[in-house]
Design a protein. Sequence first.
Length: 65
Amino acid sequence: MITVEFLRDLYAHMEWADARVWAAAPPATPPDDILRNTLLHIYIVQRAFLYVWTNRPFRLHSINV
C-alpha cells in the first residue's frame, strides 16, 4: 500500500539522487545538448509528478528552466 510517508521518503530520496546527478554532471564547453536534454526531461517529469501529487495545475510553459 502506498502511503503519504512512503511518498515523502521517495521524494526525499529523489532529492538526494538529483543532487548527486547535478554534482556529477560536468560543466560542458561547448554545451552538451544530449546531457542537457536528458537532465531537463528528468526535471520536467519530476515537476509534473509533484504538481499532480499536490493537485496543482501543470502547464509545460509554467516551468522555469
